[in-house]
Design a protein around this ligand. Sequence first.
Ligand SMILES: NC(=O)c1ccc[n+]([C@@H]2O[C@H](COP(=O)([O-])OP(=O)(O)OC[C@H]3O[C@@H](n4cnc5c(N)ncnc54)[C@H](O)[C@@H]3O)[C@@H](O)[C@H]2O)c1
Ligand SMILES: N[C@@H](CC=O)C(=O)O
Length: 483
Amino acid sequence: MTNVINELHTDLYINGEWVTTQDKKDVINPATGETIAQIAQANEAQVEEAIQTAHEAFSGWKALELKERVTYLHKIADLLEENAGRLAEIMTLEQGKPLKESKLEVLSGAESFRWNAEESRRLYGELIPAPNNHKYEIIYEPIGVVAAITPWNFPSGMITRKIAPALAAGNTIVLKPSGDTPLSALAIFELFEQAELPKGVANIVMGSSKEIGQAFTDSNKVNKITFTGSTPIGKALYEQSGQTLKKMSLELGGHAPFIVHEDADIEAAVKGLIAAKFRNNGQVCIAPNRIFVHSSIKDKFMDKLVPEVEALKVGNGLNEESDIGPLIREDAIDKIKQQIVNATDKGATLVTGGHRLTEGEYSNGFFIQPTILDHVNKTMDIFYEETFGPVIPIITFDTIEEALAMANDTEYGLASYAYASDSSIIQQISRTLEYGMVGINEVAISNPETPFGGVKHSGFGRENSHLGIKEYVTAKFVNTQFL
Ligand SMILES: NC(=O)c1ccc[n+]([C@@H]2O[C@H](COP(=O)([O-])OP(=O)(O)OC[C@H]3O[C@@H](n4cnc5c(N)ncnc54)[C@H](O)[C@@H]3O)[C@@H](O)[C@H]2O)c1
Ligand SMILES: N[C@@H](CC=O)C(=O)O
């Protein structure tokens, strides 16, 4: 175990106390296969206690002077910035991504706290024209206890972008992070403790996902579930929440198209594709997963793309020269290999990569080569299944209508991208794509200021932006008659 992890709390955090348990779960470093920590696993009573605690803390947190809440949130942002190097190392050890990506993610969390602290000052109500002697007003109020469930691919960012707006709006929180990457979450909760956040305002439980999820959805004391993860689990939570009628935000899977039109700036398109596809080794809900290239520019595009992909350095994320780390688990390698074999069996060409790396520095980790598949078509699993790995499937098209129809031919609707120059084509693309987010000649679509979220089976609700905090309030109508 390395020092940054040795020093970490590994217990539950309930009502401002670290609570130990008998039951523990190993956390594995995906670059080395080593066990780097053992984490407390909550029992049913402890999950209930966390919910109860958050419920009891709600009235005090909600009633706090706004400027006091804002001060807490800025303090947390300061602490995230001051500890960014240490938190980045913890993240890379448990998740594998290159250290520079981990650090950016921690810093983006600090931004989330600052952005939402300031947005909480702008949760303006509304006055509606009313009959004489009446006042019609809308007041935005916090919802209550928010239960958050987060995935492993962004072990810090997916947590901060939920907790920051929830707390900013005056709610309290119970978090269940991914069992694969709980250490970044625990490191953040240590900072909450240092910021002297009032007891019970933020609580963390780890343990059986199914049981904790059920406890959250069954509880009448939980008022909202905010979930980021796969589409099947999001749907299960939605169904489970029917009896207690939870407000929900579901940030689910994606299968982003990336269209390169005949008049695209090819160099910019390749640069954008490399950046978006290989960030976190393709384990990103907004990673481009189907690359539609106009037949007239296909050769030029491939001539630029292939050497760029072959130059990427795969390695332990702690090494500065690594561009790409490992995948999260053994089964993630199996899934990618199955997609590659299925595609090549059905006629795709393996242009580069395609194999697991097993020798020397790679021998105990979950490493796979960055891969390009050409001549991909709809008969192949990779056309419809979310990839979550470093594979670029190339599909050619002749008309923009054909590309857009293929791009929309998916149950997902999270992110989409296109490179083109003609303004009427750009307009056609951005209006026709059935996605929550469209990047045109740009892949940076995840910012504190801009709304993030999907349509169709990618879920609903928006994170970040001025809309993000609205997911954590309820609109109360007050009709006052002046007698
Ligand atoms: N739309 C977005 O913003 C976004 C962002 C990141 C990841 N994702 C999606 O997340 C997925 C990858 O993450 P993952 O593998 O951790 O997803 P996952 O759905 O397996 O797990 C997500 C979280 O849900 C928990 N969970 C699992 N089963 C549960 C159950 N029955 N009840 C309650 N909770 C349960 C997990 O422990 C984890 O904390 C991909 O599909 C990816 O696209 C979406
Ligand atoms: N954290 C990612 C989204 C999910 O995988 C981002 O904000 O880009």
